[in-house]
Ligand binder design. Structure first.
Ligand SMILES: Cc1cc2nc3c(=O)[nH]c(=O)nc-3n(C[C@H](O)[C@H](O)[C@H](O)COP(=O)(O)OP(=O)(O)OC[C@H]3O[C@@H](n4cnc5c(N)ncnc54)[C@H](O)[C@@H]3O)c2cc1C
Length: 406
């Protein structure tokens, strides 16, 4: 979806000064710009390319869920989900249609030990405020979801979870920011920062400099290397992720939830008359950030060939029919997950107090964009004290071995 040019966009060099410069025009940069412009700040968003959401955001599956295992993530997602419920009113676009679908999130397993830990996990999630989440034994799960394989022995499910269109959301945040006075400069890669007396005084771009009171980097996989231009080091790593899209798959039930095989990480959901099929490979190498991630053809066979150890047919046998029919066309789109050591985002000021970060969400940057961007901005502006920000960039990282693949 090309991004339209408007009176609030420029490609002829950025404005010379702003209260706040936002680096990156994905969902997190536009959400940050919206929050900042809503607070009355004069905002300039600098985007390397010529469209919004054109890098990682467009590659995502748009999933959103409250099923998380830490109180701080549940709080972040609760605030975000409320924002998604009312985004049109928030940004000043009543009637906004995010193409939101609430078919739920269903995590299934064929492993009895994992089924037992699913039950414990559901109890723990309820204890930290995840409402409406439930554990189902295999037969119960098959009664609600007849497409599940006979050897599925457990499932955890929350009917209120679902997905939305990330590009519509990105465009809505950008328009909301523009209505509040923000400017977006396309074709304006950030190349450096002027730092004096320990503070950023200007953001440098290929087509001019922007003096600013604050700057915040929300540049997806490029976030770490852009902050390094100011001498700031953050623990972020980018790994390739891909999304297989099959536009026409009659076998996929239209009312199916986001269905995740917890044993393999493979997952899928309906999309229009077809489906998205995905799998984050836990062994994918850390790669340099790229504007053009390569989508491997082998991804189709990996997920659809029923003989593959991570085939979606293993938990949902109808996929075997799709594989055998072989008439459908398909596309693989690639993006990069940006990981912090604990897979939770880094939000707020960096070692340079007026230079912020809004990144490192791994697979949650769409769903958590509204609240994550609000927290990142409030922490940068000093509205949220460091001690009240569980996502501060200089926190001690505890790696959670039990963390799932998504
Ligand atoms: C396959 C896949 C599936 C996913 N599924 C989900 C999901 O279901 N739910 C979910 O919540 N999340 C999901 N995610 C994660 C989600 O897509 C990301 O967390 C989110 O898009 C990150 O947004 P962003 O704005 O930081 O990054 P991006 O969309 O990558 O935006 C960064 C922007 O910064 C710009 N930029 C880069 N360098 C510069 C520079 N020097 N100067 C100026 N601009 C620059 C880029 O051009 C780009 O437009 C998925 C990701 C992938 C890859």
């Amino acid at each position: 979806m090309p991004t339209p040019v408007s009176s609030a966009t420029t490609t002829g060099g950025p404005p010379p000064r702003a209260d706040l410069v936002v680096v990156g025009g994905g969902i997190l940069g536009t959400a940050t710009a919206f929050h900042a412009a809503s607070r009355g700040l004069d905002v300039v968003l600098l985007e390397h390319g010529h469209r919004l959401g054109g890098l990682t955001t467009q590659a995502s599956a748009g999933g959103h869920r409250l099923q998380f295992d830490s109180p701080e993530e549940v709080a972040l997602l609760r605030e975000s989900l409320e924002a998604w419920d009312h985004l049109g009113d928030l940004v000043g676009e009543p009637g906004l249609d995010l193409r939101r679908v609430r078919n739920g999130y269903l995590w299934v397993t064929r492993d009895p030990a994992r089924a037992a830990s699913q039950r414990t996990q559901v109890d723990a999630q309820r204890a930290i405020g995840v409402d409406a989440v439930t554990w189902l034994a295999g037969d119960e799960a098959r009664r609600s979801f007849p497409f599940l394989a006979p050897d599925v022995v457990g499932a955890r499910y929350r009917a209120l979870d679902g997905w939305l269109d990330p590009l519509i959301a990105t465009r809505a945040f950008a328009d909301g920011a523009i209505r509040r006075g923000a400017t977006i400069a396309f074709g304006t890669p950030v190349t450096g920062f002027e730092v004096s007396a320990g503070r950023v005084s200007a953001v440098l771009t290929a087509t001019g400099r922007v003096e600013c009171g604050w700057a915040i980097v929300a540049a997806g996989p490029f976030t770490g290397e852009i902050l390094a231009l100011a001498g700031v080091t953050v623990p972020l790593a980018a790994r390739l992720r891909q999304r297989l899209y099959l536009p026409a798959v009659p076998e996929v039930p239209r009312d199916a939830p986001m269905t995740i095989d917890e044993d393999s990480g493979s997952h899928w959901r309906p999309e229009a008359g077809g489906a998205y099929v995905l799998r984050p490979d836990p062994d994918a190498p850390v790669l340099p950030a790229t504007h053009d991630p390569v989508a491997p053809r082998a991804f189709y066979d990996l997920l659809l060939d029923p003989e593959s150890p991570v085939a979606v047919a293993r938990h949902a046998p109808f996929w075997r029919t799709t594989w055998e029919r072989r008439s459908q066309h398909w596309y693989v789109t690639a993006g990069q997950y940006t990981y912090s050591p604990d897979h939770k985002p880094l939000l707020g000021p960096t070692a340079i107090p007026n230079l912020g970060i809004n990144g490192g969400y791994s697979g949650h940057g769409i769903m958590a964009a509204p609240a994550g961007s609000r927290v990142a901005l409030d922490a940068l502006l000093g509205v949220v004290a460091p001690g009240s920000n569980p996502f501060r960039a200089d926190r001690a990282f505890a790696h959670d071995e039990a963390r799932g693949p998504l």
